[in-house]
Write a protein that binds this ligand. Structure first.
Ligand code: KIV
Ligand code: NA
Length: 275
């Protein structure tokens, strides 16, 4: 299994990092089999699995529950779990306890926190306590309410240089990687070449050291419209819908189950059953 430091090594060697989210046992099992480098139990769970409008309602218990399932499915894969909304801003103590729960109770190998300036001190404290931290800059969905929705970030020279500065600060604080979400490809390239820890992009172009996509977007499962930066590699919606529709039709038409799906009892038992 890869360790947090192996990803820095991959960057140094120019080997791209492929990350995908996972939220349950079968998803984790298939992603591990397909050869991902690491898994993210993202709080996008709130939207794609639990049906919320945003990631804000997701709780620490939700993240623990789903991380445990992912762990059971992908025993040999490095697992990062998101610290959800308001579990790391109240106080250092609350943040440390939240991270401890994700690692000790749920079994995550690392945690992810959103934001720059406001979480730098926390990244330092967590790292010092032995928690590998993945940072997350650019579009940070937990603060979409403050950012004014889900918009591309870092488009002005000022915003871009602030993001670059924050990325450097995340590295200095000890983060082992940084997710860059929805920023111009040029900015992502500059950030990636300015730091030694790997950048993992989503909607950040091809100049990052790795990529991440939300599982349900990648395979088109339960989602309809997907953002511009997603490539649909499969159509699980169609497979699942078609399968269930055929099942319903066959039940109604009495063509399922067939003989081969049924069990029998022997003649003697049958006779005594009917008396
Ligand atoms: O929750 C999530 O899925 C994420 C990724 C999009 C980086 O944070
Ligand atoms: Na997230």
């Amino acid at each position: 299994m890869k360790q947090a430091t192996d990803f820095t090594q991959m960057k140094a060697l120019g080997e791209k990092i492929a990350m995908v989210t996972a939220y349950d046992f079968p998803q984790a099992k298939l992603a591990e089999k397909a050869g991902v480098d690491l898994l993210l139990v993202g709080d996008s769970l709130g939207m794609v699995v639990l049906g919320y409008e945003s990631t804000v309602p997701v709780t620490l218990d939700d993240m623990i529950h789903h991380t445990k399932a992912v762990k059971r499915g992908a025993k040999d894969t490095f697992i990062v779990t998101d610290l959800p909304f308001m579990t790391y801003h109240i106080s250092k103590e609350v943040a440390m306890k939240s991270a401890a729960a994700l690692m000790q109770e749920a079994g995550a190998h690392a945690v992810k926190v959103e934001g720059g300036g406001e979480v730098i001190a926390l990244i330092k404290d967590l790292t010092a306590a032995g928690v590998p931290v993945m940072a997350h800059l650019g579009l940070t969905p937990q603060t979409a309410g403050v950012l004014g929705g889900y918009k591309v970030q870092g488009k002005t020279a000022e915003a871009a240089s602030q993001l670059l500065e924050e990325a450097i600060k995340c590295q200095e604080a000890g983060a082992f990687a940084i997710v860059l979400e929805c920023i111009p490809k040029q900015l992502a390239t500059v950030v990636s070449s300015s730091i030694n820890i790997p950048t993992i992009g989503i909607g950040a172009g091809s100049g990052t050291d790795g990529q991440v996509l939300v599982y349900h977007d990648l395979v088109t499962y339960g989602v309809d419209r997907v953002p511009k930066f997603v490539k649909k590699y499969g159509d699980v919606n169609k497979v699942v819908e078609d399968s269930i529709r055929r099942y319903v039709d066959e039940v109604k038409a009495c063509s399922f189950p067939e003989e081969k799906h049924s069990f029998s009892m022997n003649e003697k038992e049958l006779t005594s059953l009917y008396g």
